[in-house]
Ligand binder design. Structure first.
Ligand SMILES: [Zn+2]
Ligand SMILES: [Zn+2]
Length: 340
């Protein structure tokens, strides 16, 4: 019916077919300099990016996993706002030309009918020829992009994420070890960014307490990363492991208790596995983190008793340094490596 309408679509949009009221259109989603294009999780709304070439090789009925929250949906659900705007602009252009084309058809028919009746009235209709249509360019896509590209060791797909992530968008949730290593690396990269900050700005940050908060945050993250790793690995490997930890609170946040569970049920000696000096050092950093989180950094009797030979004074305030945070990341890597 609309075969007479000749559409002129903007660059990046192409009408593939018209079947009744169904129109199929291809709209390109331009990739960035790294060859990535954006994906937005329909659940947590966070953005990640995927390599466009790898993506094209994936099946049409692909389901994606959000690398941050593990929500799994059809890949079409992962459209970003800017991609949606671009698709809507293409659809709008089509609709506009469709309406103009229909009016053109109607007036042409009307003109022919009137003119065929030899009356005094004649209609001259020159119409909106497709030559006069100048489609508006589609809006470009300018989305924030992470610098570092990742490649899944399992499926080889390339993608980029902001911060820590827990799943490959294509093959799903990581094993605990991969997740922990990635999270530790993300912490390391975040701290390394401080090396690029000019000294004057760094001094201001130090004065405002930002560096101390950053260090404490990084150390807290290391504790959480290890807790997740130790817990998940334990539950994966020990049958009935979940009942063993009932009533034990955040047992995997307490290194000595976690070590006992590993010894008793997996026959793994975490402290000798990573080196006892390193183990003691990690325990001490956990102790400092505990004070920073629960006692405003003020040394209490429990801390003194647990770490007698470190020169702490009751009531003294300790704080987490960037060196502490960096050391904790390295020690955490060793601990992860100590689990066979
Ligand atoms: Zn998500
Ligand atoms: Zn993968």
């Amino acid at each position: 019916m609309s075969g007479t309408i000749r559409y002129r679509m903007p660059d990046g949009a192409e009408i593939v077919s018209e079947d009744g009221s169904t129109v199929t259109m291809h709209v390109t989603l331009p990739s960035d300099d790294a060859g990535h294009f954006g994906r937005r999780c329909p659940s947590c709304k966070r953005i990640f990016r995927m390599h466009v070439e790898d993506y094209h090789a994936l099946p049409d009925d692909l389901r994606l996993t959000c690398p941050y929250c593990c929500a799994e949906e059809d890949h079409g659900e992962f459209i970003t706002e800017q991609q949606k705007d671009r698709a809507m602009a293409a659809a709008g252009e089509y609709a506009q030309q469709l309406v103009a084309g229909k009016l053109d058809e109607m007036f042409s028919v009307l003109a022919r009918k009137v003119n065929s009746r030899r009356g005094a009235i004649r209609i001259k209709y020159s119409g909106g020829s497709s030559r006069t249509v100048r489609p508006r360019p589609l809006p470009p896509i300018v989305e924030e992009a992470p610098i570092r590209e990742r490649q899944c060791a399992q499926c080889s797909n390339r993608y980029a994420v902001f911060g820590e992530h827990v799943a490959c968008p294509v093959c799903g949730p990581f094993r605990p070890r991969v997740m922990a290593e990635d999270a530790l690396e993300a912490q390391e990269v975040a701290l390394a960014a401080l090396d690029q900050v000019p000294d004057a700005v760094l001094a201001q940050l130090r004065e405002a307490g930002s560096l101390e908060r950053t260090a404490a945050g990084a150390l807290g993250s290391v504790v959480s990363i290890l807790e997740t790793f130790l817990k998940q690995t334990f539950l994966d490997r020990v049958t009935g492991g979940d009942t063993l930890i009932v009533g034990k609170g955040n047992v995997f946040q307490r290194l000595d208790d976690a070590a006992q569970l590993y010894q008793d049920h997996l026959g793994v000696d975490l402290s000798s596995g990573m080196g006892t000096d390193e183990w003691d050092r990690l325990c001490l950093l956990y102790g400092i983190r505990h004070l920073a989180t629960h006692a405003n950094g003020v040394v209490d009797q429990k801390h003194l008793t647990r770490f007698p030979a470190h020169g702490f004074v009751l009531g003294q305030r300790v704080h987490v340094t960037l060196a502490d945070a960096r050391e904790a990341i390295q020690l955490a890597r060793k601990l992860v490596g100590a689990v066979p």
